[in-house]
Design a protein around this ligand. Structure first.
Ligand SMILES: CC(C)(COP(=O)(O)OP(=O)(O)OC[C@H]1O[C@@H](n2cnc3c(N)ncnc32)[C@H](O)[C@@H]1OP(=O)(O)O)[C@@H](O)C(=O)NCCC(=O)NCCS
Length: 176
């Protein structure tokens, strides 16, 4: 199920970050700590079902935290536009639609804030993510040369959305 993240999820989120990105692209634990505490941002996690084969086998369960998550995504919204800041799915849970479900719920939240456009930045080398975003209706908007370091360019991608009322992320878990 998809749920809002809480402070107990931080260790698992940092492990997901390490699984998901090369060091040059990683967010620090401090950055994620701030993200989780940011009142104006939305951080969603995917908690696998208790009967899922992977549930309970991940390091957080071994270390005794309350968190057992296999994916995370972060979003912000300011005035007319929102940002998809991050989405990470643990390798064993990929290609099951989890990122799609997280991003869809985040975009619902951005629309509920009154925004009509969503931006994101992605490494030009990250074809899996680019394909995911294209499937979700994002198109290339511009390019940032050397964004991740010399020769490591980023694409800025954009999707228009229809504004909505209410805050779907305030409801209990919905998608998945
Ligand atoms: C990119 C990522 C988030 C995708 O998560 P996911 O849960 O596997 O994505 P989904 O199952 O929702 O995939 C939806 C669609 O995206 C595309 N896609 C996803 N992964 C892909 C891959 N490895 N190769 C090609 N297309 C891919 C496909 O079109 C897929 O639909 P399909 O499975 O029906 O073909 C995941 O691979 C990941 O965590 N990568 C490391 C972190 C990262 O790069 N995050 C994005 C930048 S912030």
């Amino acid at each position: 199920m998809i749920d809002r993240a809480n402070a107990a999820d931080l260790i698992r989120v940092v492990l997901l970050e390490q699984e998901g990105f090369p060091p040059v692209e990683r967010w620090s634990g401090e950055s994620w700590g701030q993200e989780l505490g940011h009142a104006d941002h939305l951080v969603l996690v995917h908690r696998p079902d208790a009967d899922s084969p992977a549930a309970g086998s991940r390091p957080s369960a071994v270390w005794g935290t309350d968190s057992d998550i296999d994916a995370v995504a972060a979003f912000s919204a300011t005035d007319d536009f929102g940002d998809l800041l991050r989405v990470i799915v643990t390798p064993a849970a990929r290609r099951r639609g989890i990122a799609t479900a997280l991003v869809a719920q985040g975009i619902d939240w951005i629309a509920a804030q009154g925004a009509t456009r969503v931006f994101l930045e992605v490494s030009q080398r990250n074809q899996a993510a680019i394909k995911l975003y294209q499937k979700l209706g994002f198109e290339q908007f511009s390019e940032r040369r050397d964004y991740y370091g010399p020769g490591l360019d980023a694409w800025v991608m954009l999707r228009s959305i229809a504004p909505a009322n209410g805050d779907p992320a305030d409801s209990e878990a919905t998608h998945e």
